[in-house]
Every structure is written in structure tokens, then in C-alpha cells.
Design a protein around this ligand. Structure first.
Ligand code: SF4
Length: 343
């Protein structure tokens, strides 16, 4: 999957529940120069052209392109940008906060336009604006497309349970027959979660995962609608944009980041508006130093060469990280510049 940042601004950066927003600080330099807030279609063209000529990136694009930011729907050129990336992949999704005022909003019109072009809209749920803003629009979104991913960013298990219940309640009031498997999945999710919370009041991450067991996070509905829910623990991000290595719901556990690039496989590539690339979700808050090149500035040959060099660096850094973790030196930075808990 390619995760491409197409917009630096977001209408939610200033809201209370976004105080630990993991992209705000890393995107701040772009936000300071208003000129580069929105990805322009000519930049998208240039990126698409490069992606096409770099095999590993082209393969990832074919699987899925996720247009994100900032709030992607705030980009006035997003429909054009979408069409450009659509030439690379049949599976282009756009991630939105769906925190939209009215159906007359340009942002809403852009989302509708993208669904007509067979793009998919995914959301993050925000409880404080759920009833007033997200819910009415989500009702329409599920009529416009045949799939949906909902991200739930949770600060505690109570918070997660509350969000699952919001979703469950929502689908109970939609076409019950069509969404029966979704309701069943959410019901099972909340049952298992409640049980874990009851038996393990001071729940560690392993307890949580054991409690969830083999429950899949997606289901198919009659008629082909595919629904997926991602529960993502939130992290404290300090004002300098550096992420804590323990998540808020599981403060007793160090969050190890399994780096696939270390193992020679790139499953996801995050591409910032500036063209900078990282083979994971890091937008700068993990502080990963090895560079995978700049999609806008570097030639395909230089990018491929940087892939090779950085993957070797990461493999060696990850080995040292593991040794440090085992020998009581957890948290120390290694000279390869990969974050201390990337293994
Ligand atoms: S080393 Fe860590 S931060 Fe760097 S790419 Fe891998 S997972 Fe991401």
C-alpha cells in the first residue's frame, strides 16, 4: 500500500481530542508556508510518473493507494489528484475525518464526486462530532460505495468500547439485513472486550490481544459490501512531534514496531507531500533516520539505490535494538538511526 499525503491542513488540528495528533507537528513546516498546503495536480502527475517507473512502488500502488494528510477532502484539487493516482491502481481510497458542516460543503461534494469515480472513502471516528457531523454523512457514504474502513483511535479500553458501541448502534439503524454481519462482528468485538475489561482491570496489551483471540476485523455483507474496523492505540506526541514508545491504553508495555523493511519486504510506503518516503507509518514522529529517497527530487535509479542501502542499515540497527532490549539498554538510539523499539 502507498499512503500518500495530499493535504497538510486539517479542520481538526485545533480540537481538544486531537491534542496528540501524530501528524500535526511533522507537517508543521508545510503548514507554515500556506503555498504547499494542498498537493497540486502537477505534483501528483510527477509522483505518478515516478511510481510507474519504480517497480516496488508500482507494485504497492497496484495493491492500494491511500490518499491522506491532513484532511484530504480539504484539498480543492483532490478530485483531479484522485484521477491521476487512479491511473496507477483500481484501488484508491481516501481517508477523511468526515467532520463536515453541511451537504452544501465543497468538501462533501468532492467526496461524492470521488465515490462516483469508484474511489473509496474511509473514516476515523471522532466521538465528539459523531452525532452532529459524522453520523449523517456516514449514512450517505454507505449508500454510495460498497466498502468501508473505520479507524478507531483509542486512549483507553473504555474509550474503545464506547466507540464500538457507537458503530454498533449506527448499523442497527441502517438496513439490518444487509449489515447483519457488521452488527454481529461489532457485537462480538464488544462482548470480548467487555470480558477482558472485567477479568483484567489493569489490562496489559497481551491480555487485550488474547481477549480478542482470532476475531477478524472485517466482514462481507450480502450484496458484497465489505466492512473493516481498525482499533489503533493512541500515543502521546510531544510538542516537538516525537512520539512516546508506550501507547496511552497500555502504558506498562513498550510498543515494539515490527519493521518489514528490516526483513527486506516493503509492505507500506508513506510518501509525504515533499516527496520524502518512509517504509512504514512514520511521518517523522518516530524519527527514523535512514532515508528511502525523495520521489519528487531523485531519479528512479537513485531511489532504488537508497532503498538497498537503507534496508541494510535498518537490518543492522534492528539487531542492535533487539540486543539492547535484552540487555537492559532498551531505549538507546543506535548509530544506524532507527528508532530504539523498531525490530
Ligand atoms: S525502522 Fe521503524 S520507523 Fe524506520 S521504517 Fe522501520 S518501522 Fe518505520
Amino acid at each position: 500500500m502507498l499512503s500518500i499525503f495530499v493535504e497538510a491542513s486539517c479542520n481538526r488540528y485545533v480540537r481538544d481530542e486531537c491534542r496528540f495528533c501524530h501528524v500535526y507537528a511533522p507537517l508543521q513546516p508545510i503548514l507554515e508556508s500556506k503555498e504547499y498546503w494542498h498537493m497540486m495536480p502537477d505534483t501528483a502527475e510527477l509522483m505518478a510518473e515516478k511510481i510507474r517507473s519504480i517497480e516496488p512502488l508500482n507494485d504497492l500502488a497496484k495493491q492500494e493507494i491511500n490518499l491522506t494528510g491532513g484532511e484530504a477532502s480539504q484539498n480543492p484539487h483532490i478530485v483531479e489528484v484522485y484521477k491521476i493516482f487512479r491511473t496507477l491502481s483500481d484501488n484508491v481510497r481516501l481517508h477523511t475525518n468526515l467532520d463536515i458542516n453541511s451537504e452544501k460543503s465543497k468538501r462533501w461534494e468532492r467526496l461524492v464526486e470521488i465515490t462516483k469515480l469508484r474511489g473509496r472513502i474511509d473514516i476515523t471516528l471522532y466521538p465528539t462530532v459523531w452525532e452532529s457531523r459524522q453520523q449523517p454523512f456516514l449514512e450517505k457514504i454507505i449508500q454510495l460505495q460498497d466498502g468501508l474502513i473505520v479507524n478507531l483511535i483509542y486512549e483507553s479500553l473504555e474509550d474503545l468500547l464506547k466507540q464500538i458501541k457507537i458503530l454498533e448502534e449506527f448499523f442497527i439503524h441502517q438496513d439490518k439485513k444487509k449489515f447483519a454481519p457488521v452488527i454481529e462482528l461489532l457485537n462480538e468485538f464488544s462482548d470480548r472486550l467487555r470480558k477482558t475489561m472485567k477479568t483484567n482491570p489493569v489490562c496489559r496489551e497481551d491480555d487485550f490481544l488474547n481477549g480478542m483471540g482470532n476475531l477478524e476485523n472485517y466482514v462481507s455483507c450480502p450484496g458484497g459490501f465489505v466492512f473493516a474496523v481498525n482499533a489503533i492505540p493512541s500515543f502521546h506526541v510531544n510538542p516537538k512531534g516525537v512520539r512516546d514508545m508506550t501507547s496511552l491504553p497500555f502504558p506498562q508495555d513498550i510498543y515494539k514496531v515490527e519493521c518489514t523493511a528490516v526483513r527486506g519486504v516493503i509492505e507500506i510506503m508513506t510518501i509525504l507531500q515533499t516527496g520524502e518516503m518512509t517504509p512504514c507509518c512514520d511521518v517523522g514522529n518516530l524519527g527514523c533516520k535512514p532515508k528511502f529517497g525523495n520521489l519528487l527530487a531523485d531519479s528512479p535509479e537513485v531511489i532504488l539505490q537508497k532503498f538497498g542501502v537503507s534496508q541494510k542499515l535498518m537490518a543492522s540497527g534492528a539487531l542492535k535494538n533487539l540486543k539492547n532490549i535484552e540487555s537492559g539498554k532498551a531505549g538507546e538510539w543506535v548509530e544506524e538511526g532507527i528508532p530504539p523499539f523498531c525490530v
